[in-house]
Design a protein around this ligand. Structure first.
Ligand SMILES: Nc1ncnc2c1ncn2[C@@H]1O[C@H](COP(=O)(O)OP(=O)(O)OP(=O)(O)O)[C@@H](O)[C@H]1O
Ligand SMILES: [Mg+2]
Length: 274
């Protein structure tokens, strides 16, 4: 059995489409991604837009099948969605017709939890994300930061072992974002879940993570994995020498890749349509 919580082995994802004149096209979204994530680790993934980060997360969540390679969780192959994996997607993705409490209870309903347990659990997580006073409000009555907290509480409420987060804080203002980062760390320290966190913010990745995986431009693969050996709790002004040096390193990895990006031609295979 694997000692890692998650093992991604040469994961590839191709999307097939039709080009004009009927030829089939094959688009390589990610290529040979290999990555191990330890139990209880908080690992961030950064990479250029379109390099396949969300695609990788969909594979991890079991929402999309792999085209090649394999993903193992606790040594077992991922073959489909599983409630052991909580997902907080890009954007808020709340149900607009459900209140905060009803949104948070969604996963518990699927699990057929008892009414009392459902109420207690949702209460606990709504409190954990600081929304006690908003439990009966609907998403449109909340700010962006609050909606993001609901999405986080909903993912946490059904007790997943792994949290998969896709740019969860991208749509909120800088100050709220920092608060949410602190809250996530607090929750992580309390629950010790394994977290994969996708972000476009290098600072966010460094501030949160044990390690940062940098992806290449499309088709994405893992370019480099850096350990963040900065003691916690980390300085929230993010201005220490260690922080700056890591920031520079990640930035230059991304820059080099952006320069190379124009030269990398996307792979289209002009296979004949059947
Ligand atoms: N269902 C699909 N069918 C065809 N192509 C797809 C599909 N989903 C994603 N792609 C393509 O795969 C590539 C990777 O997309 P993905 O959404 O994973 O990128 P990303 O790294 O998350 O980008 P961003 O940082 O902008 O969110 C893109 O070129 C996208 O157009
Ligand atoms: Mg994405």
């Amino acid at each position: 059995m694997s000692e890692n919580k998650i093992s991604i082995e040469n994961a590839c994802k191709y999307f097939y489409g039709k080009e004009r004149r009927g030829a089939a096209s094959k688009f390589v979204a990610i290529r040979n991604v290999s990555l191990d994530v330890r139990e209880g680790e908080l690992l961030s993934i950064v990479g250029p837009s379109g390099c396949g980060k969300s695609t990788l997360l969909d594979l991890l969540a079991g929402l999309e099948p792999l085209s090649d390679g394999a993903i193992y969780i606790d040594g077992g192959k991922v073959t489909g969605p599983d409630l052991r994996r909580g997902i907080v997607l890009q954007g808020y993705a709340l149900f607009p017709w459900r209140t905060v409490r009803e949104n948070v209870e969604f996963g518990l309903e699927i699990k057929d939890a008892e009414k009392k347990e459902m109420k207690e659990t949702s209460q606990h997580f709504i409190k954990l994300v600081g929304l006690e006073d908003f439990a009966d409000k609907y998403p449109h009555e909340l700010s962006g930061g609050m909606r993001q907290r609901v999405a986080l509480a909903r993912a946490l409420a059904y007790g997943p072992e792994i949290l998969l987060m896709d740019e969860p804080f991208a749509a909120v203002d800088a100050q709220t974002r920092e608060t949410l980062q602190e809250e996530l760390l607090h929750i992580w320290e309390e629950t010790r879940k394994t977290i994969i966190f996708i972000t476009h913010s290098i600072d966010e990745a460094i501030f949160l993570s044990d390690r940062v995986a940098v992806m290449t431009s499309s088709p994405g693969s893992i370019k480099s994995i850096l350990s963040v050996d900065i003691e916690r709790p980390r300085n929230s002004d993010r201005a220490t020498a260690e922080f700056s040096s890591l920031r520079r390193e990640i930035w230059s990895l991304l820059q080099n890749d952006a320069a190379r990006g124009d030269e990398i031609e996307q792979e289209y295979c002009g296979e004949k349509a059947v």
